[in-house]
Write a protein that binds this ligand. Structure first.
Ligand code: PNS
Length: 172
């Protein structure tokens, strides 16, 4: 029997505990979960990690879970879903604002690729306010982000910002 593959797509700059929760719960919905980091070379944005670094971090976080794969993709999510033979997209929805965006994307994706379903998961309440954008902002201003990311991610954030933080006298 062919394996059921779910995609958990996103920017993951960096992967947070909220993302990790969604990926772990997606494992109950599919045989294999591909955490797919979107790469858009036309829109280089101010991020913290490169796409390759984000993929490596996700792989490190899920090193003990053989059913989770980290990968990057370019172009349309539906084309990547077709290429990987994925039947499902799983995303987390923290708020009404998230829901409107996610609903639009899920309808567009299902129109572009018939049969590609999207499952929207409510977050674990402990992570409902956590976003990668806030983690980047708080960390870059010297705040503690250990409650929001895995130790491996925290380590890389400190490596990335360590020089600046030391100069500013934070994280001592
Ligand atoms: O973590 P994000 O930034 O909310 O993730 C958004 C993402 C990457 C899932 C979305 O922008 C996406 O699917 N991009 C790939 C390009 C694409 O297919 N766009 C049309 C979506 S309907």
């Amino acid at each position: 029997m062919s394996k059921r593959i779910a995609l958990v797509p996103g920017s993951f700059d960096p992967i947070t505990l909220g993302h990790e929760d969604i990926v772990r719960r997606a494992l109950a919905l599919a045989d294999r979960v591909v955490v797919a980091v979107a790469h858009n070379p036309q829109q280089p944005r101010q991020g913290m990690f490169t796409v390759d670094e984000r993929v490596a971090l996700i792989a490190e976080v899920f090193a003990a879970e053989p059913r989770v794969e980290a990968a990057a993709f370019q172009g349309l999510l539906v084309d990547y879903a077709r290429k990987r033979g994925a039947h499902l997209v799983v995303r987390g929805v923290r708020s009404v604002a998230d829901f409107e965006y996610e609903q639009q994307m899920s309808m567009m994706n299902r129109t572009l690729l018939a049969g590609l379903e999207t499952v929207l998961l409510a977050p674990d309440p402990a992570h409902a306010f956590v976003s990668a954008t806030l983690v980047r902002q708080v960390a870059s201003l010297g705040g503690h982000v250990s409650p929001f990311v895995s130790p491996a991610v925290l380590h890389r954030i400190h490596e990335k910002l360590g020089g600046q933080a030391k100069q500013a006298g934070v994280w001592t």
